[in-house]
Design a protein around this ligand. Structure first.
Ligand code: CDP
Length: 217
């Protein structure tokens, strides 16, 4: 089999993580949730008593990041998501995390990466690019359920407000703003069950592979 790189981008709780995991299983490819890298930088900086607005301090943490730390459940919390989005706006942090992500995408058989700038910056050459969206209300509902089942006491309205702030910050920043690549296929999961979203994602990748097969490179 030839190399297959799949870029899965989109806003918070759009379903991109679930879709990336499923695509990894379908094609037997390693999956990187790049949001965890930014979450790990934000959490480590806060634990060290640093300021999330301090670009140099955040970049220093990003350069020391150990991929072995990405399993920490603390990275899944609401405050970790907020911290991630704040450090992710610093160009120096993004630069520090670039090589690791490009190396992951460069593996022999390919890889699946999910994030905000995979199709635009990390792997612009990826033959298959999805941009996964859903309405803010549906995304807030999904995230609220996830946080509740992880034991976080937070109201739906607060989660919806978080999502709106994060969308605005992620798409409004100068450094690698969240946006669909010109050649990404949009997948709106607002009214889709997980199996239906997974099927739709597989079809998008199959169509991309068929096109790619016709014009390799
Ligand atoms: O799971 P959720 O979509 O809430 O967030 P995430 O994918 O873990 O990403 C957390 C934050 O990291 C985002 O709000 C972005 O600010 C940032 N991020 C980014 O800038 N670029 C990426 N490739 C991935 C995440």
């Amino acid at each position: 089999m030839s190399r297959l790189v799949i870029a899965v981008d989109g806003p918070a709780a759009s379903g991109k993580g679930t879709i990336a995991t499923m695509l990894g299983e379908t094609y037997g490819l390693p999956v990187l949730d790049t949001g965890l890298l930014y979450r790990a930088v934000g959490v480590a900086l806060e634990r060290a008593g640093g300021d999330l607005a301090d670009a140099a301090a955040a970049a220093a943490v990003a350069r020391r990041l150990d991929a072995a730390d990405l399993g920490d459940p603390a990275l899944r919390t609401r405050s970790a998501g907020e911290a991630a989005s704040r450090v992710a706006a610093h160009p120096a942090v993004r630069a520090a995390l670039l090589d690791l992500q490009r190396r992951f995408a460069g593996q022999d058989r390919g890889a699946v990466l999910d994030g905000r700038d995979i199709g635009t910056v990390i792997a612009p050459e990826a033959p298959a690019k999805l941009y996964v969206t859903a309405s803010p209300k549906v995304r807030a509902q999904r995230r609220w359920l996830q946080l509740k089942s992880a034991g976080e006491a937070v109201g739906y309205e607060e989660v919806l407000a978080d999502i709106r702030v994060r969308d605005a910050r992620d798409s409004g920043r100068d450094a690698a703003p969240m946006r669909p690549a010109a050649d990404a296929v949009l997948l709106d999961t607002t009214d889709l069950t997980i199996p239906a979203a997974a099927d739709a994602a597989r079809r998008i990748v199959e169509e991309a592979r068929a096109r790619w097969g016709q014009s390799p490179g």
